[in-house]
Ligand binder design. Structure first.
Ligand code: AMP
Ligand code: ZN
Ligand code: FE
Ligand code: FE
Length: 287
């Protein structure tokens, strides 16, 4: 296997990761990465810090990214966006509404947990999240801290996974909506983790992945993750074939959150070849 030089899927403390942009960039440089993308959920607020720190590392290229969550019947699809402009005021207004809806939803999950006599508070979850775009991992951390579960992933299995008793649905957005939003703002849309991931136990393959990919390609999807986190060689070759079939750029990355879960894929453990970065750049240039 050639050495991995690109990792296009990373989270920071501006969403549900636990490393700051500065910390994650230092780690990526130590690991020999040449191109990375910071792709936080519903926010670009980590990007100014990332670009500032990157000035000290001239050999590292940062592609500004974002990850949007969307729903399809029976599952969810995440859409990554590359080359996002964090100074795009209109886009920021929309992202703000997404983040606000995360607040109400998070509070709803804590309420359900409290009704189950689980003694965590919304105040504490907000403290853990700080200025981040709030997400279930922040609730999971509160559950770990209070001793209800050992690892964050156990909180998903027991309480807040899609099938869990304290799960609350998100604001409804379709993948087509997300793709359109990104394209309208000059951002290159890529489908994230299209299939089951062993380290995210509540994530199943969405039904009829081939039909969905055909529809999303029509909607303007440009790429899909192939070289993802903990995907096995079998999953990678299955997805590589699908990406070729639908003429989608094969993307990927670790999806590192520094989550504290055992066996979490780390920066540099999964990622696409540098030719993928060139292909994404070419699409951006043609927009
Ligand atoms: P949310 O955006 O609030 O719906 O939370 C989704 C995030 O939770 C994902 O991006 C992952 O970081 C994390 N996650 C989802 N499922 C699991 C799981 N089964 N175990 C651990 N983390 C998970
Ligand atoms: Zn996440
Ligand atoms: Fe995701
Ligand atoms: Fe992610």
């Amino acid at each position: 296997m050639p050495e991995i030089q690109a990792d296009l899927h990373l989270h920071t403390t501006f969403s549900d990761g636990t490393m700051t942009p500065t910390e994650i960039i230092r780690l990526c440089v130590e690991r020999g990465l040449k191109v990375i993308s910071i792709s936080d959920h519903d926010t670009t607020n980590g990007l100014p810090e990332a670009f500032e720190v990157a000035k000290s590392f001239p050999d590292l290229t940062i592609i500004p990214g974002i990850e949007l969550s969307t729903d399809v019947p029976g599952g969810e699809i995440h859409v990554l966006g590359y080359f996002v402009d964090h100074n795009d005021v209109d886009l920021q207004k929309v992202l703000q509404t997404f983040r606000e809806s995360r607040e109400g939803r998070g509070e709803g999950m804590v309420k359900k947990l409290r009704e189950m006599n689980i003694d965590i508070t919304w105040e504490r979850v907000k403290e853990i999240a700080g200025e981040a775009s709030i997400g279930r991992p922040h609730i999971a951390s509160a559950l770990v801290e209070a001793g209800y579960v050992e690892y964050p992933k156990d909180a998903f299995d027991k309480y807040i996974g899609r099938e869990g008793p304290a799960y609350v649905e998100r604001m409804k957005l379709t993948p087509e909506d997300a793709i359109k939003l990104l394209l309208d703002h000059g951002v290159v849309p890529v489908m994230a983790h299209p299939t089951y991931s062993a380290s995210k136990s509540d994530r199943n393959e969405v039904e009829s992945i081939t039909e969905i990919l055909a529809d999303l390609k029509k909607a303007g999807l440009v790429g899909m993750e192939v070289y993802y986190g903990d995907y096995t060689p079998e999953q990678v070759s299955y997805l590589k074939a699908l990406s070729e079939k639908f003429d989608l750029i094969p993307c990927g990355g670790s999806d590192y959150h520094a989550s504290g879960n055992p066996d979490e894929p780390e920066p540099g453990m999964a990622g696409p070849p540098l030719s993928t970065v060139e292909a994404l750049r070419a699409v951006k240039a043609s927009m």
